[in-house]
Design a protein around this ligand. Structure first.
Ligand SMILES: [Zn+2]
Length: 245
């Protein structure tokens, strides 16, 4: 068996498969990662996503936030990796997707059960009254956008620096990791805490770990059972053809 046949067999034989995705899955849709060589932080100051700085100068922050997250990568579309993940869920072979990405692409591909560990850029939140808004062009026509109920500045509903992980998502993600007998890591290198602990918990509770990354990660030598060194789209396309062969 080659590694793609092995991966397909792991999915077939598992009772509870959880997928855990990171920036590497969205890069192929044109969404740049934050870190690394071609990452956003080479071009922009991470301070724009610092919670205190954001509320101190909302207008200046929003001009840049709009440019990065809404004008530019707001146009991204799901790729083959998102599509295969959605198909496996639809066909009953996959329980949950835990994603660190904030781009909504899993949902756009058709995934239903998605835990957004770092929130979702397609929504804005009022941290004063708690009202949540689905993004529209109209909301961003004047910067900074303001809450229609209380007038406070709206913030993208993803996790900023200095902000906690959404409590419910965190709880559910770790619960998923405990339930999984197969845990598939895709496009994530394990540099960001506490997200990087989720696969470790899965492993400690007996899950097999399948890892798909273009390079070895912090997980590979530590917890990974089967490592596929490839781009997410390539690997998932091959696993799909083996799985449905
Ligand atoms: Zn409000």
């Amino acid at each position: 068996m080659n590694q793609y046949q092995k991966a397909a067999a792991l999915i077939k034989n598992s009772k509870h498969t959880t997928v855990f995705t990171g920036a590497g899955v969205s890069v192929e849709s044109g969404v740049p990662p934050f870190r690394g060589e071609n990452g956003l932080w080479n071009e922009y100051d991470p301070k724009i996503l610092d919670l205190r700085n954001f509320y101190k100068s909302p207008e200046a922050s929003w001009v840049i936030i709009k440019e990065i997250f809404y004008d530019y990568f707001g146009k991204a579309e799901p790729n083959k990796a998102h599509q295969v993940i959605a198909r496996l869920e639809k066909d009953g072979h996959l329980e949950t997707v835990i994603t660190q990405n904030i781009d909504n692409l899993h949902q756009e591909a058709g995934s239903q059960n998605v835990l957004e560990f770092h929130g979702n850029s397609r929504f804005l939140i009022c941290n004063e009254c708690g009202k949540r808004y689905k993004l529209t062009k109209e909301l961003l026509s004047e910067l900074p956008p303001k809450c229609k109920t209380c007038g406070e500045v709206l913030k993208p509903d993803f996790v900023f620096f200095g902000e906690a992980i959404p409590e419910e998502e965190e709880k559910l993600s770790f619960a998923e990791a405990e339930k999984a007998d197969l845990f598939i890591l895709i496009g994530t290198t394990g540099e960001i805490q506490p997200a990087s602990l989720i696969p470790v918990v899965a492993k400690s509770k007996g899950a097999k770990i399948l890892e798909i990354n273009i390079e070895k990660s912090n997980f590979t030598d530590d917890i990974t059972d089967l490592f596929i060194q490839a781009k997410a789209t390539e690997a998932l396309a091959k696993i799909e053809s083996e799985f449905y062969a």
